[in-house]
Design a protein around this ligand. Structure first.
Ligand code: PEP
Ligand code: MG
Length: 320
């Protein structure tokens, strides 16, 4: 039985009507890759590089970053790796960078805004990434907290300059869609990038104006709120207009019911904590893409997250 379960994890997330979703893992360290593959991950959809800076008293050198990215690529044996450039600020503060104190760090110099102000952080990271790409593997690079097209243009210029100087191969360049402004302008942003990855944790926080760390409001910070789903829908449609790939790497991708709605909205990949993979794959494999799409269409028209969650109860009820 156990062997059968383990074999099932390795099957693709193919729905009953033949639609296949890619399933990735959110993993930061090479040592965690084998475990993620054992759970059925087909690649890494989100490597958060903050951890390289967070658990220590200084900034990692370019060489040290290179070794870590290479280690991830090697552990993945040809499977895709999406590395997110440093996302410092908001809930991710790094004491040794001694950044100025902000009254509202979630609305401050975070993610791409910090990278564009601090070439001393951006450039070594991009050099390490392109050096890693030069050795082979399937590396994609993405940038966090994008709110404006000008940020994307500027970051792409940095990437191209560093790539050319290293004589490295071009790699797919993408952005996180995790701010409402980016979701609303996804059709425009899509012309400037190779892919999107939707960060539903921050997209929910910024859409509902609920601090993602506030325990008092945790019950209301539901990524299945129809307002958030509408922004995901806009993102997928904006990407489709330019035939761009869309993944989701926020927490809701690891919720089996959430995964069916995201599938129904038309995303290509779901990336999650490794332990969530088996249940999500099983759920996707048990249903039909046509039904997921109909369900998502109904969810978009509802008033609130509780009504969306009730759709799940309804379906489970019908099935039993
Ligand atoms: C997100 O915001 O959904 C996300 C995946 O990024 P993080 O949780 O690291 O902010
Ligand atoms: Mg985020």
């Amino acid at each position: 039985k156990r062997a059968a379960q383990e074999a099932e994890r390795q099957l693709p997330a193919r729905t009953v009507d033949g639609h296949v979703l890619a399933v990735g893992a959110n993993v930061n360290r090479p040592a965690q890759v084998p475990l993620a593959l054992g759970q059925g991950a087909e690649g890494v959809g989100l490597m958060r590089t903050e951890f390289l800076f967070l658990e220590r008293g200084d900034t990692p050198s370019e060489d040290e970053q290179f070794e870590t990215y290479r280690g991830m690529i090697e552990a993945l044996e040809g499977r895709p790796l999406i590395v997110r450039a440093l996302d410092i600020g908001g809930d991710k503060q790094v004491a040794h960078l001694a950044l100025p104190r902000e009254d509202n760090p979630f609305l401050g110099v975070r993610g791409a805004r910090l990278l564009l102000r601090r070439p001393d952080l951006l450039e070594p990271q991009l050099r390490a990434l392109y050096r890693a790409a030069r050795e082979g593997g399937d590396l994609w690079i993405m940038f966090p907290m994008i709110t404006a097209i000008a940020e994307v243009t500027a970051l792409r210029q940095h990437c191209e300059r560093i790539r050319a100087a290293l004589d490295a191969p071009a790699v797919p360049l993408g952005i996180m869609i995790e701010v409402p402004a980016a979701a609303v302008q996804a059709d425009l942003l899509a012309a400037h990038v190779d892919f999107f990855s939707i960060g539903t944790n921050d997209l929910t926080q910024y859409t509902l104006a609920i601090d993602r760390q506030n325990p008092e409001l945790a019950g209301e910070a539901d990524s299945l709120h129809p307002a958030v789903l509408r922004l995901i829908d806009a993102t997928v449609k904006g990407a489709a207009a330019h035939r761009r790939w869309v993944g989701v790497c926020g927490g809701i991708a690891g919720d089996p019911f959430g995964a069916t709605l995201l599938a129904g909205l038309g995303v290509a990949e779901l990336s999650m904590t490794p332990r969530d993979i088996p249940a999500v794959k099983a759920r996707l494999r048990a249903g039909r893409q046509a039904d997921f799409a109909a369900l998502a269409a109904r969810a978009l028209a509802l008033d609130n997250a509780a009504e969306v969650r009730a759709l799940d109860a309804g379906i489970q009820g019908e099935a039993s």
